[in-house]
Design a protein around this ligand. Structure first.
Ligand SMILES: Nc1nc2c(c(=O)[nH]1)N[C@H]1C(S)=C(S)[C@@H](COP(=O)(O)OP(=O)(O)OC[C@H]3O[C@@H](n4cnc5c(=O)[nH]c(N)nc54)[C@H](O)[C@@H]3O)O[C@H]1N2
Ligand SMILES: Nc1nc2c(c(=O)[nH]1)N[C@H]1C(S)=C(S)[C@@H](COP(=O)(O)OP(=O)(O)OC[C@H]3O[C@@H](n4cnc5c(=O)[nH]c(N)nc54)[C@H](O)[C@@H]3O)O[C@H]1N2
Ligand SMILES: [Mo]
Length: 764
């Protein structure tokens, strides 16, 4: 045994940590100041030198031999290793070809994905900057897979996404003031353990425990029991998935008919009550949205629905809503309806009360804002206008020139020849993977920068190996976390892997744009440059403002934070005229003339119950909840030690209620096959009363692993639920991702058990 290693500071989306080497093994220790560290950190040691890492640049044989073009060999072909010099020549030539022949508007560079936590090596920013400075731009994507529907609906009725999610009710307020917190979709600790950019102190568990101890009641409205932690002693109500809007309408109706709604608040702070009330009472459509009506839809007793409404009235009530509810068909509706229900309860803007969209979904929310700026890599100017809502990727690639609706506009899918991806994994994040494979077959060239052989890398024509975070220097920072981290390099690059930045700099050089891309800086010079605004901000506040070298040496810098001021919603409550909301009427819009004017059948002018078309039916009798995995972030380091340990028999675990398991002859630990019209995957069954009957739950993130890649409807042997989900938008309004829910059948798998090959490098 050698002496304990000297650990260096570093950061990740799942926590700040210190790392070093001991006896040839990477040691990772959480930041000493973190009260509740995230176990996902322990994916690093196994992952860093894993065989799934990409060791050298690779080019798909068919692309190399036949040149760019549509090809269904993507994901099936062999790869040819190539030197960096040659591959960069080849790629620069291809970028120039597409730019010259079709313009930068034929390049899709949306490149959605979380990549890793440092502010400089943020891969999405890097690829955008490169495409802007070197070829004049790219077709981009807007909004996120996280919050596709809410990003569009929230500004229509309440305010900007960030103001409603990030700068609203804090955990501090909840500990002190909230009397009843009803969390639709829960506030699962697995989810709030993660924040883009990093998190130094996981406070959610402790805050919920402290609030509960003071007497705050927590209610988890979710098909899954553990979406709230045991520490808050919550009540569990499990409605049928995608029926929360009906449940909330039933609650609203109870408030109205029993005179429990806050008439003064509605008069002073809201617009559109008449239109909404006409719908709620049934005057406009003949259907009163009573608790009894809601009960028949959401599968909870009417008395439970009405009782919950009564318990919230007249109290400091808080409605939280997880991202998940809007990542589903008609996902705009529960968000809007939660906002309306909270308006009827009248607690907006009071400490610990009202509506906080996405509280508990990610560690950014419920925190104070930093009072000094933190780094972001400037991306330059994009010369291309057309864009897509992010989850419309397959639609775009399969339907160039076809029109689609988005937020009141009629838009056209551009004609894409080349797709460039760095820092994301569409074979993780996108729905209906068999359709995605067809979409990727329709382009001429697919370029991927990756640290590991994800299915996305396997489908690429040109694969460039990049360093992972531990192999380079960076600055870690998030807008609601007070700790800035000097992310020191802990390991040498794997194989021939290079930083995304260095790859782009050399490509820019070949396109005659090196200076425009680099501005003459190497990585260290960029880190100094990006640190400068923080130092300046500190100095302006008269606070100690260490220079870069001192920050780097120290490893950490604690930033000042703003007051817990409740943001624009508190200001609006205090002064509804002077601090009007940035909506059309300046108020909370219970009805929107703008949205009504769009004339969308799938998103009317007020929140409404719209029956999902993708509900269980003949041949697909179960709801599938495809939620975030506890054991990793998305697909990242699925081959890591912690992620692997949480699987059973090498496969992702699917939870099923004992009743549903019994009728199918499924026992705990059995291998099962989930299937519907779009595809099928294997998983290992865990029989559990923690899911609602009629619901199975299989998290995302197990790497897509087709049993036979040549098969167009290949079975995924590993448990990636996106082989089953539907590739349709939330509605004509937002066109958001609907991957959270679909309907399936499940059976015990009795065939020969296929091996897991997802982590074996492809044939070279
Ligand atoms: N069915 C279903 N699907 C979903 C969801 C759901 O609820 N249900 N949730 C959706 C949500 S909310 C999201 S945000 C998306 C997430 O989807 P993604 O963000 O695409 O998922 P990640 O696995 O984080 O992908 C990041 C990739 O970047 C790579 N990477 C890491 N660091 C670097 C780097 O420095 N350089 C480069 N070049 N690459 C790097 C990682 O290896 C990884 O493959 O998934 C969505 N998909
Ligand atoms: N450990 C870990 N944490 C993560 C991530 C990760 O990959 N791993 N991803 C991060 C990212 S990018 C994001 S955007 C957030 C996502 O945050 P969310 O989208 O909120 O997270 P999910 O776990 O997908 O969903 C939360 C819960 O909603 C419940 N639910 C599903 N459908 C319904 C419904 O119709 N009604 C009700 N009432 N409940 C429903 C499910 O039981 C699920 O567990 O999580 C972040 N946190
Ligand atoms: Mo997300």
């Amino acid at each position: 045994m050698n002496a304990p290693p000297r650990l260096k500071p570093h950061s990740s989306h799942w926590g700040v940590f210190e790392a070093g080497w001991q006896d040839g093994r990477l040691v990772v220790q959480p930041h000493p100041g973190d009260p509740d560290p995230n176990p996902i950190l322990q994916n690093f040691p196994e992952a860093i030198r894993h065989r799934a890492r990409i060791a050298q640049p690779m080019v798909r044989r068919g692309w190399l031999e036949k040149g760019p073009g549509k090809s269904d060999r993507r994901g099936r072909d062999e790869f040819v290793p190539m030197s960096w010099d040659k591959v960069l020549d080849l790629l620069a030539g291809e970028l120039a070809r597409v730019r010259d022949a079709h313009g930068p508007g034929a390049v899709f560079g949306g490149s959605y994905g979380w990549s890793s936590a440092g502010r400089f090596h943020h891969a999405q920013s890097q690829v955008h900057r490169f495409l802007n400075t070197s070829i004049g731009g790219y077709v981009k994507s807007v909004n996120s897979y996280s919050a596709g529907a809410s990003a569009v609906i929230l500004p229509h009725f309440l305010g900007p996404f960030e103001a409603v999610s990030r700068r609203n009710v804090t955990w501090e307020q909840i500990v002190e003031h909230t009397e009843i917190c009803v969390a639709f979709g829960g506030m699962a600790l697995k989810n709030s353990a993660v924040a883009s950019g990093g998190v130094s102190a996981h406070v959610e568990r402790g805050s919920m425990a402290a609030a509960a101890k003071r007497g705050c009641v927590f209610v988890n409205v979710s098909p899954v029991r553990d979406d709230l932690p045991e520490e808050c002693h919550h009540e569990w109500l499990a409605p049928v998935p995608n029926t929360d809007t009906a449940m909330m309408l039933g609650m609203a109706h109870t408030l109205l008919t029993e005179g429990l709604h806050d008439v003064a608040f509605i008069d002073r702070y809201c617009s559109g009550w008449a239109e909404f009330e006409a719908y709620l009472t049934g005057r406009s459509d003949g259907v009163p949205k009573t608790a009894e009506w809601a009960a028949t839809i959401c599968g909870l007793p009417a008395e439970t629905i009405a009782g919950l409404a009564r318990r919230m009235a007249g109290k400091r009530s808080l409605i939280a809503m997880a991202h998940s509810l809007q990542r589903a068909e008609h996902g705009e509706q529960p968000v809007w309806m939660a906002g309306v229900l909270a308006a009827m309860l009248g607690q907006y803007g009071l400490p610990g009360g009202g509506f906080n969209y996405a509280l508990g979904s990610i560690a950014h929310y419920g925190k104070r804002q930093n009072a000094v700026p933190t780094a972001a890599l400037p991306q330059g100017k994009n010369g291309v206008g057309p864009f897509i809502p992010v989850a419309r990727i397959s639609d775009m690639l399969l339907n160039p020139g076809v029109e689609f609706d988005y937020d009141g506009k009629r838009m056209t899918y551009p004609d894409i020849r080349l797709v460039y991806w760095a820092g994301g994994n569409p074979f993780h994040h996108h729905q209906d993977l068999n359709r995605l494979r067809h979409a990727f077959a329709a382009v001429e060239t697919l370029v991927v920068h990756e640290i590991a052989w994800t299915a996305t890398a396997r489908h690429a024509d040109i694969v460039l190996p990049t360093t992972m975070t531990l192999e380079r220097e960076d600055i870690g920072a998030a807008p609601t976390d007070p700790l800035m981290v000097a992310m020191h390099r802990v390991a040498e690059p794997f194989g021939e892997a290079r930083d995304d930045y260095d790859i782009f700099a050399d490509l820019a050089e070949r396109l005659g744009k090196r200076e425009a891309f680099t501005e003459g800086r190497d990585t260290r010079a960029w880190l100094r440059h990006l640190y400068a605004p923080t130092q300046k901000g500190l100095a302006e506040k008269g606070l100690p403002a260490p220079d870069f070298d001192a920050f780097w040496e120290e490893g950490y810098l604690t930033l000042p934070q703003q007051d817990d001021d409740g943001g624009i919603i508190r200001a609006f409550r205090d002064d509804p005229e002077g601090a009007a909301l940035p909506t059309r009427t300046g108020r909370i819009q219970l009805f929107s003339e703008a949205i009504a004017g769009f004339g969308y059948a799938d998103c009317p002018g007020h929140p409404a119950w719209l029956e999902p078309t993708d509900a269980p039916a003949e041949g697909r009798p179960l709801w599938l909840v495809a939620n975030q995995p506890a054991s990793r972030l998305h697909s990242q380091f699925d081959f890591g030690g912690h992620s692997s340990a949480m699987k059973r028999r090498g496969r992702e675990v699917m939870r099923i209620h004992p009743t549903d398991a019994a009728v199918r002859g499924i026992g705990d630990g059995d291998i099962v096959r989930l299937f519907n019209a779009r595809g099928a995957c294997l998983a290992t069954a865990a029989v559990s009363e923690d899911v609602r009957p009629g619901v199975v739950q299989l998290p995302t993130g197990a790497w897509y692993d087709p049993e036979d890649p040549e098969d167009d409807m290949a079975l995924c042997v590993h448990g990636n639920p996106n082989i089953l989900t539907r590739d349709v938008g939330t509605s004509s309004l937002a066109q958001g991702c609907t991957g959270q829910l679909t309907s399936v059948e499940v059976e015990r798998f009795t065939g020969n058990l296929p091996p897991i090959r997802a982590f074996d490098p492809p044939v070279a």
